[in-house]
Design a protein around this ligand. Structure first.
Ligand code: TYM
Length: 320
């Protein structure tokens, strides 16, 4: 069986982009693969953060992953498995400053900022460690993580060449549609937890009324012609994408006379997709001790599963 890993960074509340681009594809992989998913709280330390809020959002993200259907996978919190940081250092010692500096996300997030944390630069080495630790074949991610997974492959190949066959070289798996969900008010930008606008971002825990309002106010264009064309009609195409994925119909089958009806149906499809997730989130939140136990158990299993790989990497690179 194939092995799968992916992670989610709790820099904000999880969004519909996270759900459609990565979480639901990850849920589907559970039927055919051995799946491990983590909340990447260490990755959230790469930008300005508030400790209490981070702790709360880490738990919220873990709860939402389980509530979305990842309850047949191993789920844990990254920082509770020290192997991530240990392997990250070995990969920082494999990676070059030049290739880190050229990462698109680093360039975007560090632009026009005085206080760029060093961990923002080394972020992809930690992400590579997350993936390589689990010797996975597939990494289900949205389009924006493509370059980081490419770098992970490069580092794995380089390490294997320099120090002997140690890592499995993984591949990114992007969903056929919704690999890049756009901001509803700025449909040429990605819908994001921290960078997107609140009005243009649907959060998984948004009440139905907020979801409807955000979709009804989504930016479209002045044509009133419903057609899937991401270049010419990014707003309408984004709505069609949301409707297609949330209603389980192919985009080609969606025909509408005007934007009003398209928006109404899209809003209802999103509300219906999120409803069971929100209900399950409420149930799981009612028993915090059970969640803590589950996550501690997940971390313990992850420690056990990754010990061999870390030992092999240590020996290969020349540590005692
Ligand atoms: P993060 O936390 O920004 O996003 C989590 C996942 O959601 C996807 N995603 C989207 N997909 C479609 N449309 C969007 N608007 C959208 N926004 C986010 C992301 O592509 C991602 O798959 N560095 C990673 C977290 C990470 C990770 C890893 C991922 C840490 N270690 C190891 C995979 C493997 C990140 O910041 O994703």
């Amino acid at each position: 069986t194939k092995r799968v890993f992916s992670a989610f960074k709790p820099t904000g509340h999880l969004t519909l982009g996270n759900l459609l681009g990565a979480i639901l594809p990850a849920v589907r992989l559970q039927d055919e693969a051995d799946c491990v998913y983590a909340v990447a709280d260490l990755h959230a330390l790469t930008i300005k953060h508030d400790p209490e809020r981070l702790r709360a959002r880490t738990r919220e993200a873990a709860t939402l992953l389980l509530a979305s259907g990842l309850d047949r996978s191993l789920v844990y919190i990254q920082s509770q498995v020290p192997a991530h940081t240990e392997l990250a250092y070995l990969l920082e010692s494999t990676a070059y400053f030049g290739e880190m500096r050229r990462m698109i996300q680093f360039k975007e997030k560090s632009a026009n900022q005085e206080e760029v944390r060093l961990s923002l630069l080394t972020y992809p080495a930690l992400m590579a460690a997350d993936i390589l630790l689990h010797r996975v074949d597939l990494v289900p991610v949205g389009e924006d993580q493509r370059q980081h997974v490419e770098l992970t492959r490069d580092l794995a190949l380089r390490f294997n060449r320099l120090y002997g066959e140690t890592f499995t070289v993984p591949e990114a798996a992007h969903p056929p549609i919704a690999a890049r969900v756009m901001d509803l008010t700025a449909p040429t930008s990605k819908m994001g937890k921290s960078d997107g606008s609140a009005a243009g971002t649907i959060y998984l825990l948004d009440p139905a009324a907020d979801i409807r309002r955000k979709v009804m106010r989504a930016v479209t264009d002045s044509e009133d012609e419903v057609r899937y064309d991401p270049q010419e009609k990014p707003g309408v195409s984004n709505l069609l994408t949301l409707l297609a994925v949330c209603s389980g119909q192919p985009v080609e089958s969606l025909a509408y006379e005007g934007y009003g009806a398209l928006k109404r149906d899209t809003a209802e499809a999103v509300v219906e997709t999120l409803r069971p997730i929100q209900e399950r989130h409420t149930e799981l939140s009612a028993d915090p001790a059970e969640l803590s136990r589950l996550l501690a158990d997940g971390a313990a299993q992850a420690v056990e599963r990754t010990a061999g790989l870390v030992a092999a990497a240590r020996v290969a690179i020349g540590l005692p």
